[in-house]
Design a protein around this ligand. Sequence first.
Ligand SMILES: C[S@@+](CC[C@H](N)C(=O)[O-])C[C@H]1O[C@@H](n2cnc3c(N)ncnc32)[C@H](O)[C@@H]1O
Length: 197
Amino acid sequence: MLDSKDWNQRYLEGKTGWDIGQAAPPFTSLLQSDQRPAPGKVAVLGCGRGYDALLFAEFGFEVIGFDFAETAIESAVHLAQTHQNQAQFQQRDIFDLPGEFSNYFDYVVEHTCFCAILPPQRGEYVKVVKSILKPQGKLIGLFFTHNRPGGPPFGSTPAEIQTLFTIDFRILSFEPVTNSIPQRRGEEHLGIFQRLD
Ligand SMILES: C[S@@+](CC[C@H](N)C(=O)[O-])C[C@H]1O[C@@H](n2cnc3c(N)ncnc32)[C@H](O)[C@@H]1O
């Protein structure tokens, strides 16, 4: 379950409760801050309708958004065209990306994709992020750290996330978020993790 057909069906039926209709506020504040990462190539995993991808492209990053739901990608492409935004979008399963994008990206952006995959796939997710990043590349991850049972969205604790990533990444920062949307207040952590080697 939770394959591309399931997710696409949610988009077709408008059952997209995760969709906040804008880029995640913590990404906007990061890009507007002194801590703004230098422009480079960005992959947005499970990009949905593309708001976060468009945001990074607006700030001069060279962005590809990936999602395996056809309808999400169609919406993202349309949004980019409407806003004359340079972000690109490809309909892909994120677990297939290492073959084509090995050591390719300066940054990977995570926002509600990690919580959308099945928890047993998380180890493989970490390997995908490592594989598509250049050495020293960075994951900019906004993690949904709720503790309710079931999913998606599947919850996680900050400790679990750190344990998973520490093998292949240096944790540069990992903090609770203060400007979440109201529905996620107190349940998000923003991390910047750097690929080792
Ligand atoms: C909860 S939605 C979040 C979408 C977007 N990040 C947002 O915040 O609006 C999860 C997204 O991940 C996509 N997704 C889940 N598993 C995927 C996979 N293995 N490969 C590509 N996309 C995937 C789904 O199609 C869906 O668009």
